[in-house]
Design a protein around this ligand. Structure first.
Ligand code: ZN
Length: 363
């Protein structure tokens, strides 16, 4: 019976990658080979492309082994008591902790973004692969269609994956010897086209123009931090800069007055965009590039994002940006996906938390 399920999954998920125009450059004859052969090929090596990922994760053991290797690199541990005295129950794909306590049976989903989800791991992992790697993001409508789940389920899944992409708070400040670009932008708007109640809600949440102010700081070796700020006044902006950038660092900004006064703690240089965009090393082009990628996703893929959820989309874009392939950091799709999977633990997001509504039972 399990074999039939796997076959069905293979069919479903093959349809997914055929329907997408991603990863079309494998350049081998993978399509011409027999399924059986591919299946075993997938079992042996971890996937490098979306196409391979779909095939690989159609096998429930592959899902499990892939996650175990990242979640418990030193061996499976009970998420409740931390004991390594656990035994696997293959028929149910759960572990039994030898210590007696509530929840002494646990699955790989417990204590992760997957907890309490009825959606099988192959769909979760496919959605994660897509979100971690699609430059402009991927919408809940696409995920729903591709994976055969409801749009609401897909939306909730994506919000939980964004939580995994968020990563851990940095323990050291940016800067030091690295140069920092700081820039602000506004996200959202087009309030005129919105339904009145939605427009009022948005205005209440964001203030003038229905746009949310966002601040970004980028270190030129690739680190980037972005956040929704209450406004772009001097106090709000400089507080965040001082929280995240080490004193004495070189900071480049545009001529916004809110940045004036930073030179008491920083080597602050201004590029006045009314005159020019670059003067030697003084520019904010890295941050501008980040904003344009973010806005391409927000305007094209996501269409409308409530200000309340905006920070999750910032986290998503920040993850892809930080882990993009560069000369010094040659990351590929498989690396980004692996990193995302390694960040699923200790993060839970209930439907109530993410929406403020209490109808989690649907999922
Ligand atoms: Zn235990």
């Amino acid at each position: 019976m399990i074999g039939t399920e796997v076959q069905q999954n293979v069919h479903l998920l093959e349809a997914v990658w055929k329907s997408r125009k991603m990863n079309t450059c494998e350049g081998n004859n993978i399509l011409d080979s027999s399924r059986q052969f591919l299946y075993h090929l997938g079992m042996k090596t971890e996937p490098k492309t979306l196409q391979e990922a779909i095939r690989y994760f159609a096998d429930a053991d592959n899902c499990l082994n892939y996650i175990i290797a990242r979640r418990w690199p030193k061996g499976v541990e009970c998420p409740t008591c931390g004991s390594k005295e656990v035994s696997f129950v293959p028929s149910r794909r759960v572990w039994q902790c030898k210590t007696r306590h509530p929840k002494c049976q646990f699955s790989v989903k417990v204590g992760s973004i997957f907890e309490d989800s009825a959606i099988p791991l192959d769909k979760w992992l496919t959605a994660m692969w897509m979100l971690a790697n699609c430059k402009n993001g991927v919408s809940s409508y696409e995920i729903a269609r591709d994976l055969g789940i409801t749009q609401k389920s897909a939306w909730f899944m994506l919000q939980r994956i964004r939580l995994a992409l968020q990563g851990n708070k940095p323990t050291v400040k940016m800067g030091g010897s690295g140069e920092i670009e700081v820039d602000e932008t506004f996200i959202g708007g087009k309030a005129r086209n919105m339904h009145k109640s939605r427009r009022m809600r948005r205005l209440a949440a964001t203030g003038v123009g229905g746009k949310a102010p966002v601040l970004g700081m980028l270190q030129r070796d690739g680190k980037v931090i972005t956040m929704v700020v209450p406004n772009i006044g001097k106090k709000a902006i400089q507080q965040e800069i001082r929280n995240h950038v080490a004193a004495g660092s070189a900071i480049y900004t545009d001529a916004l007055l809110s940045y004036y006064g930073l030179n008491t703690d920083y080597l602050h240089r201004v590029i006045d965009h009314a005159e020019k965009y670059v003067e030697g090393r003084v520019h904010t082009n890295g941050m501008e590039n980040f904003w344009s990628l973010l806005k391409r996703g927000l305007n094209g893929t996501y269409v409308s994002v409530e200000p309340f959820h905006l920070f999750r989309y910032l986290d998503e874009q920040t993850f892809r940006f930080k882990n993009r392939a560069t000369k010094d950091n040659p990351m590929n799709d498989a690396d980004r996906f692996s990193l995302a999977v390694s960040q699923i633990v200790g993060k839970r997001l209930t439907y109530t938390e993410v929406t403020g509504k209490d109808n989690q039972a649907q999922f």
